[in-house]
Design a protein around this ligand. Structure first.
Ligand code: F6R
Length: 612
């Protein structure tokens, strides 16, 4: 969703800002803009991609060592040049960029209109910048104080950065409910909505907390105070990301790069947490909450999208391996359905970005009701990571492709470690069996490498089915969530309608769709209720459906029935979701590429969904 980048220092601002916007493109947006200060503020905005903005400003005078830039994902007002950020105050003295939504903007706007303010755009952001200007003039206060007073009147979420011609060496930034990272250079500052535009300049960052206002003046120390006017000491942290993780590294798309990173990302998610020799599993971040998890009346997993699918796998893992009851809920439903939550419940919130608005709101609700909240996040310092009582990071590294791949397998890996740790503590499985499971998990990255080496098979299948209109994905048990995830990957990046179902549910409706044009993807490893899945495959074949099956290597039964089989190595049932989801990611990728779709930035989608 919307992206923020800002700079103040002694370097030319605009190349830093444009590069920053390019790094933020993965978040999804529909317009872009930039303001640079050189005596007066010059602002340029375009609808469409950052490349169009870059083109537009080529011949413009953009000298200046302070500036702000933004990619906008429309909420208030259509995506066009006028509504794009930055927005000026009426006097053109203050320019602002803003992520989030000011909920009471209509009331504030009415008041400002009655005092003579005229608005150019439909945005809530233009209301905020004029409110700040109005306070500064009427209350005769400095700009940072005007910002503070204005933010006290605002209801909603914001991450803002302000540039003013009265303070040419200073930026003012503030956040509530929308992330903001400050990069500290030698004598300059970078600001962004996530760390990706900052990594190449500095590893020293401060994550602004909710209701904090930062004043950043080049060559001076960072000053932070709260909207309640309390001074804060900046807490400087080290970024763990590398620049190479933000580049495509020879791949055509980030998605493919991230699919191929999975042996590494899964290994990193297990690093230091699993010892197959001593039989030890430990997740440092939740050590103090293990007893709480073991004695919980139930665990409720909340998440959205792909993370919700990981949560569903988690349900099977926790109940099967650790014998602890689990419910999995869409965060967006949970937050509005007046759920029964008590202090005996533990909520596990799963989120790659750590910024998903619905997941954050569901966490707040569960917290108010006294539940303990554990997070599984990928982005260090993210809002969800900070809103939870404890948690475990997934360590998948930055995920740039909008379609989640390595984050999903890392989430399932961490859930697997959690389930094993709880089983170890509560003795839900015998020691010898526990050791077997641990060994199998330890060997998973090598098996993932084998799966990735499918020698063009998924591409070949993609060529055959790239022009169909519908796909069905079927699986049972641990593989039902895999079917859902496979269908989601296909629909979001190729725009082919796809549905995932538990295979046995087919007879209760979807079977009506089967004909010679319908490809049906089965996840059918020789484990669990394999024979039942084989029967489901026969039912599809009897109706002339096309079957693409993910099978255990060496399976001849399904091979004799299916149109295509993709083999995965033999493994324990509880690890199949990770192995089986990888060919489905590749299949979706190849189909999308063959259909000329924008794989890394599918239409209408955003990488972190910061609005509900
Ligand atoms: C799908 C996808 C989305 C996200 C969902 C939740 O590929 O990426 O469905 O999984 O928006 O996002 P996070 O995990 O950041 O909370």
């Amino acid at each position: 969703m919307c992206g923020i980048v800002a700079y103040v220092g002694y370097k030319k601002a605009h190349p830093i800002l444009i590069k920053g916007l390019q790094r933020l493109e993965y978040r999804g947006y529909d317009s872009a803009g930039i303001s640079v200060l050189n005596g007066k503020i010059s602002t340029f905005k375009t609808k469409g991609k950052v490349a169009e903005l870059e083109n537009y400003i080529k011949s413009k005078d953009l000298d200046g060592q302070a500036g702000i830039a933004h990619t906008r994902w429309a909420t208030h007002g259509e995506p066009n040049q006028v509504n794009a950020h930055p927005h000026f105050s009426q006097s053109k003295s203050i320019s602002i960029i803003h992520n989030g939504i000011i909920e009471n903007y209509a009331v504030l706007k009415e008041e400002l209109v009655s005092r003579g303010y005229v608005f150019e755009s439909d945005t809530d952001t233009e209301v905020l910048v004029n409110l700040i200007e109005d306070i500064r003039i009427n209350e005769k206060v400095l700009l940072d104080e005007a910002v503070r007073i204005a933010l006290c009147q605002v209801v909603g979420a914001y991450a803002i950065v302000i540039l003013s011609d009265e303070h040419p060496n200073t930026l003012i930034a503030a956040r509530k409910g929308s992330p903001l990272v400050i990069g500290i250079g030698d004598d300059d500052y970078y600001i962004a909505s996530d760390a990706t535009p900052i990594v190449e300049y500095t590893k020293n960052v401060v994550y602004l907390e909710d209701e904090e206002i930062a004043v950043l003046t080049r060559g001076e120390e960072l000053k932070i105070r709260t909207t309640k006017n309390k001074e804060k000491t900046p807490y400087v942290q080290q970024l763990e990301w590398n620049l190479s993780e933000l580049e495509k590294g020879g791949y055509d798309h980030f998605m493919m790069k991230e699919i191929y990173e999975q042996p590494r990302s899964i290994r990193d998610s297990m690093r230091g947490r699993l010892n197959p020799v001593t039989g030890n599993v430990s997740l440092g971040g939740i050590i103090d909450y293990e007893q709480k998890l073991l004695t919980a009346k139930r665990i409720i997993i909340i998440a959205c999208g792909t993370s919700w699918h990981a949560g569903l796998v988690g349900e099977y893992l926790f109940e099967d391996i650790a014998r602890i009851p689990v419910e999995v809920e869409y965060a967006s439903e949970f937050r509005y359905r007046n759920p029964i939550i008590t202090e005996e419940d533990v909520v596990i919130a799963i989120s790659q970005s750590g910024e998903t608005a619905d997941t954050l709101a569901a966490i707040e609700l569960a917290k108010q009701k006294g539940a303990t909240i554990i997070g599984i996040c990928n982005v260090v310092g993210s809002s969800i990571a900070r809103a939870t009582h404890a948690g475990s990071y997934t360590h998948a590294g930055p995920e740039i492709g909008v379609a989640s791949t390595k984050a999903f397998t890392a989430q399932v890996t961490v859930l697997t470690l959690m389930a094993l740790r709880l089983a170890q503590l509560n003795g839900a499985i015998p020691k010898t069996r526990f050791m077997q499971l641990l060994h199998e998990l330890d060997s998973l990255p090598e098996k993932v490498e084998e799966v990735l080496n499918t020698n063009g098979l998924t591409e070949h299948i993609a060529k055959k089915y790239k022009d169909v209109n519908n796909f069905l994905y079927l699986g049972r048990g641990y593989n039902f969530p895999v079917a859902l995830e496979g269908a989601l990957k296909l629909k979001e990046i190729s725009y082919i309608h796809a549905e995932g179902y538990p295979a046995a549910e087919m007879k209760h409706g979807p079977i009506a769709l089967i004909d010679e044009n319908m490809p049906v993807v089965f996840i059918a490893p020789q484990l669990g209720i394999y024979e039942k899945v084989v029967s489901n495959i026969q039912e599809v074949k009897a109706r002339k459906g096309n079957v693409i099956a993910i099978v255990t290597e060496g399976d001849t039964i399904v091979r004799n029935m299916a149109d295509y089989v993709i083999e995965i190595p033999k493994t324990e049932e509880y690890l199949v979701p990770i192995l089986a989801s990888i060919p489905l990611q590749k299949l979706a990728y190849h189909i999308a590429v063959l259909r000329n779709c924008n794989v890394d930035m599918p239409r209408n989608l955003a990488k972190s969904v910061t609005v509900e």
